[in-house]
Design a protein around this ligand. Structure first.
Ligand SMILES: [Zn+2]
Length: 252
C-alpha cells in the first residue's frame, strides 16, 4: 500500500455518511452524495440532489483510505460521471430517468450538429414536471464512447461525406461502445421500483432490462431539429435503430 496520508477525523466524520461503497463483479464504485444543487432550469431555480461516482479497481470500505488516495489519483485527467436526482426518487411510483451521454460540443457549447444539448435540458425539465426522477450524466460516453479527440476527427470525416456510424467505423471503432453497467449499479442504490426511460434508443431500454432492472416504459425525446443535425438524426433512425415518433421531422 503506498503511504496512506492521515486524514483528520473531522473530515472522515463529515464524509463517511455521504460515501457509499458499491461492490461490483470486477471492482467497486464509490458513490458520494447527496449534495444539494440549486440549478437554473429555464429561468427557474430548481433544487436537485447531486451524486458523483468513481470506479475503482480496489475494494475497500476504509473511508480514510478512499479519501487519502484522491490527491494522487489525477482525477481531473479523466472525468467522473454523476447523477441529478429530483423529488422522492426512491419511493415515488412513476419515475422518469435519463441516461445522458456526455457531449462536450452539444451540452457545453450548444452545438447544433447534434440534439444532445436540447435533450439534456429538456429531460431535466421533464423530470421536474413529473415530480421525481434522475438524470445520469455519463462521462465516458463522449462520441458514443470514442472520446472527444476522436469525435473531432469523426466530424471531419462527416464533413467529407461519411455518416455518424461510418465515420466511427472508419476510425476503427465499433458504432456504439457505450456501457451502462456502473450507472445501473448506482441506480439500484437509489431506487428499486420500475422506471420510465426518457430515450429514443431501444438499446438503452434493452441494456437496462438485461441488467435486471424493472423498466416500466419509454418516453421519447425529439426536438431542436435543424438543417445542421437533420442528417445526424436520420442516421440515428436509419442506422442505429432509434425509433422515430410521429412529427419528429417537420419536413417528413
Ligand atoms: Zn451531441
Amino acid at each position: 500500500m503506498p503511504n496512506v496520508k492521515e486524514i483528520s477525523n473531522d473530515v472522515v466524520n463529515v464524509l463517511k455518511d455521504k460515501i457509499k461503497v458499491i461492490k461490483t463483479d470486477e471492482s467497486s464504485i464509490y458513490l458520494v452524495g447527496p449534495i444539494r444543487l440549486p440549478v437554473n432550469l429555464n429561468g427557474n431555480t430548481v433544487i436537485f440532489q447531486w451524486y458523483s461516482w468513481l470506479n475503482s479497481d480496489e475494494y475497500t470500505e476504509d473511508i480514510n483510505q478512499i479519501i487519502s488516495n484522491l490527491s494522487s489519483s489525477n482525477l481531473a485527467e479523466y472525468q467522473q460521471s454523476s447523477v441529478l436526482v429530483y423529488g422522492d426518487f426512491k419511493e415515488t411510483e412513476e419515475s422518469l430517468i435519463r441516461m445522458h451521454s456526455i457531449c462536450h460540443t452539444g451540452d457545453i457549447f450548444g452545438s447544433k450538429r447534434c440534439d444532445c444539448g436540447f435533450q439534456l435540458k429538456q429531460s431535466m425539465q421533464m423530470i421536474v414536471n413529473n415530480g421525481a426522477g434522475a438524470l445520469f450524466y455519463l462521462a465516458n460516453h463522449e462520441g458514443r464512447g470514442i472520446g472527444l479527440f476522436s469525435k473531432a476527427m469523426a466530424y471531419i470525416l462527416q464533413e467529407n461525406g461519411s455518416d455518424t456510424v461510418e465515420a466511427n467505423e472508419k476510425l476503427g471503432f465499433v458504432d456504439d461502445s457505450r456501457n451502462y453497467g456502473d450507472a445501473i449499479e448506482v441506480l439500484k442504490v437509489l431506487r428499486s421500483k420500475p422506471v420510465t426511460l426518457i430515450t429514443n434508443n431501444p438499446k438503452k431500454v434493452k441494456a437496462l432490462k438485461d441488467a435486471g432492472l424493472a423498466v416500466a416504459g419509454r418516453t421519447p425525446l425529439w426536438g431542436d431539429v435543424s438543417e445542421y443535425n437533420e442528417k445526424y438524426l436520420h442516421t440515428k433512425i436509419n442506422r442505429s435503430g432509434h425509433m422515430e415518433e410521429e412529427g419528429t421531422f417537420q419536413n417528413d
